[in-house]
Ligand binder design. Structure first.
Ligand SMILES: Nc1ncnc2c1ncn2[C@@H]1O[C@H](COP(=O)(O)OP(=O)(O)O)[C@@H](O)[C@H]1O
Ligand SMILES: [Mg+2]
Length: 394
């Protein structure tokens, strides 16, 4: 069928034509916004899940919901080698502008604090560079510029929240790939959330990250479990997966035979990325509506080949030979469903001492390819990665 009208959107962070199966999360977030706007205590939210389940697009949708209520919002994507100072200051700058505070002097005072916070980095960093935060007012002195991330973040966020409170709104700071935030910055975020919620300040952090993010947060501050509300973002159930395919198709006056939907659910296994990927190829290869099971049978190998290059291969390519060997052992032990395996079993199957494998395992965790599901256990962050490896043994 006409590829120009193909509605499906496989791709990291690609807005899906239909955000299926997330009504629970969206309405929970509405309650949070409403409560905070009324000065009620609320925990910050953290979305966790495997790659491709739709955390980033849900985070973007939550951000739209906050904007829709007149909140100031900003978003950052954490990277392992980067301090949060610059991204947080840009995100807050953006959030403050969205608030449209009527009093320019109050606004300028807080912008000066944002600038002071941002510029503090250049003295921390060995190399001074010419980066400027793009804020016209002079940097404040003695506020958010101590160089201690924890102190500075609390001061910065309290001042920003104060402006939001003036106009009866709030500020939401969204942090994607939150498991990659550097350790000192993680504890600063926890401390700031803790302090701000005690003050009843209208500011929340909404994070998204891999399944071990709760462990990262609680390793940093023991009270993090009480600070954040964790929402596990998972595969779509059958009804939601069908809706993700059917709703956009119906808008193009196209439909699917029931056994085509059976075949698509079997292939995509409810993972949103796969739903989009199989849906897209099936649409292109189908001759006419309704799309049939035969169309899906023809499309599935093509979609798989595309996923093997784009979704799996691009990640596999980032691993060193030793890391690949480690992952192949995991795949063999975990089977096609990619079950979590004991690190000690990986060592046994490779005939090595567990300690000698720690560097490979740690760097796979850093690269975001595997995570430690529980103590002593390891699993793939990418759904169906075990199956991919078993099918592509080198
Ligand atoms: N609720 C959903 N319904 C349908 N498709 C979705 C849904 N959530 C995500 N997708 C699709 O899944 C893919 C991966 O989404 P993304 O947010 O990048 O996942 P993650 O951030 O968890 O890796 C994208 O192509 C997106 O369009
Ligand atoms: Mg993402």
């Amino acid at each position: 069928m006409d590829p120009v009208r193909n509605p499906y959107a496989p791709g990291a962070g690609q807005r899906p034509p239909e955000l299926a199966g997330r009504d629970g999360e969206l309405s929970a977030f509405d309650v949070v916004l409403e409560r905070i706007a009324h000065g009620r205590p609320e925990r910050s939210l953290v979305l966790t899940g495997l790659r491709g389940v739709g955390k980033t697009v849900l985070l973007n949708q939550l951000r739209s919901a906050a904007i829709g209520r007149g909140w100031g919002t900003g978003k950052i994507e954490a990277r392992p080698e980067q301090s949060l100072r610059r991204p947080v200051s840009s995100a807050l700058h953006m959030a403050l502008r969205e608030l449209r505070h009527p009093d320019q002097d109050s606004m300028d005072a807080v912008l000066g604090v944002v600038k002071a916070f941002a510029l503090r980095e250049s003295t921390e960093a060995k190399v001074r560079d010419r980066w400027q935060p793009g804020i016209d007012v002079p940097a404040a002195r003695g506020r958010a510029d101590s160089g201690d991330m924890e102190i500075d973040l609390v001061e910065l966020l309290s001042d920003a929240a104060g402006l939001a409170a003036d106009v009866g709104k709030g500020i939401a700071l969204f942090i994607d790939e939150m498991q990659d935030v550097q350790t000192p910055d993680v504890s600063a975020i926890c401390a700031a959330c803790h302090e701000l919620s005690q003050q009843g300040a209208p500011l929340i952090v909404v994070g998204a990250g891999l399944p071990h993010l709760p462990a990262v947060l609680s390793a940093s501050k023991s009270y993090s479990e009480r600070l954040f509300r964790y929402l596990r973002i998972d595969r779509l159930d059958r009804a939601a997966a069908d809706r993700a395919l059917l709703a956009p198709a119906e808008r193009e006056e196209v439909t699917f035979d029931p056994d085509a939907l059976d075949a698509l659910y079997a292939a995509a296994d409810g993972y949103p990325y796969f739903v989009q990927a199989y849906g897209k190829v099936t649409w292109d290869l189908a001759a006419a509506s309704p799309i049939t099971a035969a169309d899906v049978a023809m499309a599935a190998p093509v979609a798989e080949a595309e996923l093997a290059v784009g979704f799996f291969g691009s990640r596999y390519d980032r691993a060193t030979p030793a890391e690949r060997e480690y992952m192949h052992a995991m795949a063999e032990l975990g089977g096609p469903h990619g079950a979590a395996v004991a690190t000690s079993d990986v060592a046994v199957s490779l005939g090595r001492k567990p300690a000698s494998l720690s560097p490979a395992r740690d760097s796979l965790i850093k690269k975001g390819l595997v995570y430690s599901a529980e103590r002593g256990q390891i699993a793939f962050t990418v759904p169906h990665f075990g199956r991919y490896l078993l099918d592509h043994l080198d």
